[in-house]
Write a protein that binds this ligand. Sequence first.
Ligand SMILES: [Zn+2]
Ligand SMILES: [Zn+2]
Ligand SMILES: [Zn+2]
Ligand SMILES: [Zn+2]
Length: 563
Amino acid sequence: MNDSQIKSCPNCNKTFQITPEDLAFYEKISPIFNGEKFLISSPTLCPDCRETRRLAFRNDRYYYSRTCDLCIKPILSLFKPSYTDKVFCNICWWSDKWDPLAHGREFDFSRPFFDQFKELLKASPRITMINDNGFQSVNCEYTNDLSLSKNAYNVLSSWYTEDCMYGFQINWVKNCVDNTYLLRSELMYETIMCENSYNCAYCHQVKECADCVFGYDLQNCTDCLLCAGLRNKKYCILNRQYSREDYLKFKENFNLSSYASIENLKKQFDDFLLKIPRKYANLISCENTTGDNLKRCKDSYDCYNQAELHSCKFMTSGDKATDCYDCTSTGNPELCYEALTPDNGYANAFIADCWNAKYVLYSIECHNSNNLFGCTGLKKNSYCILNKQYSREEYEKLVPRIIKHMQNTGEWGEFFPPILTPFNYDETAANEWHKMDEETAEKLGYGWSGETLGSFGKETCTWDKMPDQIENTLDTAKEIFACTVCQKNYKIIKEEFDFYKKQKIPLPRLCPNCRHLNRKAKLNPKTLYLRTCASCPQKFQTTYAPDRPETVLCEECYLKTVY
Ligand SMILES: [Zn+2]
Ligand SMILES: [Zn+2]
Ligand SMILES: [Zn+2]
Ligand SMILES: [Zn+2]
């Protein structure tokens, strides 16, 4: 610890630490060309500002109508109609109907790299939404950062999903609606951080459970209602044991298909949860790990909302990674650094949305490729620089010269600067995780849209005229609703309505965005505080800020409270 450097972040003025282990990592992932290592030096920005800079390249929730610039069909797009460069629909983008190498260019050593990469990005068509619909996914047009899925609607940052709607980071799941961070589950509704579960609703941190409603930190439980901190239980209500007959009678009386009852139960459950102690962090089967909402992680620090990390640091939202720092929204990368969605990637750095890529540097939307530098839109290429093809020998000679050039311009070792993102700051996921006002965003070089998307006042029915029970609710396919929080209009599509009918769930009166934000608000902010256990002297790093009302316990003391 004594050998750590302390740096001051130029963006937020906070200090941050670079440890000897960090320096060893940067050295380990520094690329080697012809026996010469090109050192990636320690970062200039703090971990939060680095994540902000990456997430500014991700628009998750602002969709626009435009036309595909190749097949001229109307499409839904992450790009505003005022974005004048080419945008292709997924079918066209993934097809062989265009040649990304046609936009290739020579590197100009008299100019900065980022300026030249910006011109290449402008000349190359962008994919309308980041998904592999029409290539490896089926019927998943309306999704972002999604792959290897079937029938997904408004599912973000996910893979291996089937028949799912409205989800964020839901992986290996089937028939689920309105979930955030869900793993290997089926028939789940309105859950956060659950895994290996079946047919649960309104649950947070449940694992290996079935048929539970309103649950918090349950493991291997079935048929539990309004319970928290239980293990291997059946037929419990508010943590009290009942007979099967009594449980079923009570459950019936709770009237879970009524909107009014559900709203009452939500309040009752929130009050109940305030009284139960919390474990300092939601770390499940983790070893030598800090952060929150982590499962089966080892030797990983300051990581959030991830499963199966080994020797990682500063990682958020993902499914499996080894030896990585600073990756956001991803699955299965190894030896990657400063990357947005390096899915199944190996030894990549400073990239956005490159899947199955190896030894790729400074590239955006290049897939199934290796040995690329400063490329975009490539799908099965190797040894390209600025989308121009080279031989292996030429590539290995030219890249070191470019890196040396970038060391002189101060670009080497930094992720893409704000001038390269096609999105305004307030359209991006960065603004969701790291809120900024217009003035601050503009000072850092980001654009600002200031637009509120969506329609208002076009509702065809009001909630006071709708039946309280789902059983009495008729087909809503033609109706337009207004969100009771933001008043934005939204629809309940047929598949969604069928799910509520079948699962006996009352229709949601909030728009999908407000539902997502409500779930996200239940996760603690990603800041670690050093605190002491409320019932013993043990100290720990926790995301529960010292002024929060919950009683926060160390693992040992917490385990004494669960039964
Ligand atoms: Zn900072
Ligand atoms: Zn098209
Ligand atoms: Zn809303
Ligand atoms: Zn304790």
